[in-house]
Design a protein around this ligand. Structure first.
Ligand code: MD6
Ligand code: FE
Length: 218
């Protein structure tokens, strides 16, 4: 039986590891085994730091609803994009990083070739149908040698994967529940975004796509 299982494991491994660029990979279904505890913990975080709409520094409302956990959280308003120690809505520190979140991010980064990734921030985005994220780079973090780990839960989405310049060709990468994308090294400043989420109902999250983005901000 052991012999019979081996080719299957190899096959699954190959299928679930899709390189996007040097330093960037889609780990298909990597988070799926933890879907229930992840969503349970997510529910608890949303009780202490509820999702809220943020505005871009230009003053435009973002279509996603956002919150954070970790020792710092990501905030956007007319003063700009930044990380804060305190949730400006509550005046309290952001909820701590749950050990399962931390473990998942570290393991995914390791699988993608980034050993010892220790995130201090998890940005949580909620996409209702039609919510989207326009093309951007993640450059609010202090030390860009750390990768970004992005976990998709709930409704599917289409990830936009561009290049190092805004005008570079953009690929469309379908992301489903449990997929994890890791980008770092030469891919760390790749332009990326999310197409509008299509109306549907997911058995675990309903009319919602959640994205957890783990960073080392400081
Ligand atoms: C996503 N989010 O929500 C991807 N980047 O699927 C991001 O890429 C992102 O939400 C920088 C700042 C906020 C974000
Ligand atoms: Fe981003």
């Amino acid at each position: 039986m052991k012999d019979a299982a081996q080719p299957l494991d190899l096959f699954a491994d190959t299928l679930s590891h899709l390189p996007l660029d040097e330093g960037a990979v889609l780990l298909g279904g990597f988070a799926q085994p933890f879907e229930r505890p992840l969503l349970d913990i997510l529910g608890q975080i949303l009780e202490s730091a509820p999702l809220r709409s943020m505005t871009t520094p230009g003053g435009r409302p973002m279509s996603v609803a956002t919150t954070s956990c970790g020792s710092v959280g990501w905030v956007s308003d007319q003063q700009g994009y930044r990380y804060t120690l305190v949730d400006p809505d509550s005046g309290h520190p952001w909820p701590g990083m749950p050990p399962l979140f931390q473990e998942l991010a570290t393991q995914a980064a390791q699988r993608a070739g980034f050993p010892d990734f220790q995130p201090d921030a998890c940005l949580i985005n909620h996409y209702a149908p039609s919510a989207r994220m326009s093309l951007h780079q993640d450059r609010d973090e202090h030390n860009l040698s750390h990768p970004i780990v992005s976990v998709s839960l709930g409704l599917p989405g289409v990830f936009l994967w561009g290049g190092q310049r805004r005008c570079d060709r953009v690929r469309r990468v379908p992301l489903v529940h449990g997929d994890v994308v890791v980008w770092g090294g030469p891919a760390r400043l790749t332009f990326h975004g999310v197409l509008p989420v299509v109306e549907d109902i997911h058995p675990l999250t309903g009319r919602a796509r959640y994205n957890l983005t783990f960073r080392r901000a400081r």
